[in-house]
Write a protein of this length. Structure first.
Length: 412
């Protein structure tokens, strides 16, 4: 008999602008971001720190300050018991949710009673691509057999293939900003958001989201230039093929790629961390605790690696099947806004009611700290379920290289 993986608490930092020497969190070592988050989630869960058996964190750029198994060093930086082990993983943008799922799997198998899953990314200090691996690890043989292009070009290609216009993308982005602004004004994130402090002085560095742009209008979005047009025109192939041409060789039906994504309808570059505290049902009962939710089902999927961003529909379908549920059974959806086209294509593919999707805004308005986002979205979904007295949520993210991940939670 498998155990239930119950969620005791979720905590996250505010997201700071991911600019070197400019964002409020850019002066803080990523280990410290994670350390404060771990302490907060344990405190919120009202358990003894020594009861935590393992910590799993997602980190995408595992190099420099985010190398050397950041998770273990964050445990030590937090002053937590040295008996707690830690591991870092990388499933690109799905890393934070995968970390939660792996922690849940360990509990469901009966091997652990208490574990933490989450993630961290300091994009101001360790920028995207810092590991030097590029898209394909610089494997020329793989590049010849399985061509890949940067995600922005894939996003623009999807928009063309699935019939989304620049106006569609900008409208979705505008609505993300509006929803995030309303959520912030209403204190919708307060339950899981804590103020990040300077570990030496105790001074508050950031206590609320730094990235949202409430002044955004459809007119300002429409005025932005395409972000990936010049990239698409770059000659990278052995015979001078551009990135756009490489994409069109795989998808000739597109005929051409209109570059529609901009800085305004794509996710923001930010710093942040998040954690989810999970426990077995036996532990919860033995300690007289009240769990907030349980992990009901989870799934991953692989998709064609050049287009790469259409996987959330498939991963969500797999998770629904494992749970014995349908799209109509899900009260709220968190579909990561890596690019506006991703949730739009997922909603189209699964016929999801837009009113149920990203009700408090998403990464376009709030930012996407790569390794942490999946855990952030799970916490956001749970808070929204409780605020609205609803029961089930599905969290899903597209992943570089043609993957996706989905998790269904059920409120208790």
């Amino acid at each position: 008999m498998s155990e239930k993986a119950l969620i005791l608490s979720t905590q996250r930092t505010p997201r700071g602008r991911g600019k070197k020497d400019a964002g409020a969190l850019s002066g803080l070592h990523p280990q410290e971001l994670a350390a404060q988050t771990l302490n907060q989630v344990i405190q919120a869960g009202q358990i003894a720190p020594q009861d935590v058996e393992d910590v799993v964190l997602g980190i995408v750029s595992q190099v420099g300050e985010q190398g050397a198994n950041l998770t273990r060093n964050a445990i030590l930086a937090a002053g937590l018991p040295q008996t707690i082990s830690g591991v870092s993983l990388n499933r690109f943008c799905g890393s934070g949710l995968q970390a939660v799922n792996f922690a849940a799997m360990a509990i469901m198998s009966g091997m652990l009673d208490v574990a933490i899953g989450g993630g961290v990314e300091s994009m101001s200090r360790v920028p995207l691509g810092s590991d030097g691996g590029g898209i394909d690890g610089n494997n020329l043989r793989l590049r010849g057999t399985t061509p890949q292009v940067p995600q922005g070009i894939s996003a623009d290609l999807i928009a063309k293939l699935y019939g989304f216009s620049r106006a569609d993308l900008d409208l979705f982005a505008f609505e993300s900003q509006v929803k995030a602004g309303k959520a912030l004004a209403a204190g919708a994130f307060a339950k899981s958001l804590f103020a990040i402090k300077d570990p030496l002085t105790g001074a508050i560095l950031l206590e609320n989201e730094e990235y949202p742009r409430p002044e955004t209008s459809l007119e300002t979005l429409a005025a932005l230039k395409p972000a990936f047009e010049k990239m698409g025109a770059m000659a990278v192939g052995p015979n001078g093929e551009t990135l756009d041409h490489i994409a069109l060789m795989k998808y000739p039906q597109a005929e051409h790629i209109p570059h529609l994504h901009t800085a305004g309808n794509s996710s923001g570059i930010v710093d942040g961390a998040a954690a989810v505290l999970l426990a077995s049902e036996a532990y919860v009962k033995a300690h007289g605790l009240q769990a907030r939710a349980r992990i009901k089902a989870m799934a991953t999927s692989g998709s064609e690696p050049l287009i790469m961003l259409t996987g959330p529909a498939e991963a969500s379908g797999k998770a629904l099947q494992k749970a014995g549920m349908t799209v109509a059974d899900i009260d709220l959806w968190e579909i990561n806004e890596a690019f506006a086209v991703v949730p739009l294509q997922t909603m189209q593919a699964l016929n999801i009611d837009p009113a149920k999707v990203n009700v408090n805004g998403g990464a376009i308005a709030l930012g996407h700290p790569l390794g942490a986002t999946g855990a952030i979205l799970l916490g956001t979904a749970l808070d929204a379920l409780e605020d609205r007295n609803l029961n089930t949520a599905l969290i899903t993210l597209c992943i570089g290289g043609g993957q996706a991940i989905a998790t269904i939670i059920e409120r208790l």
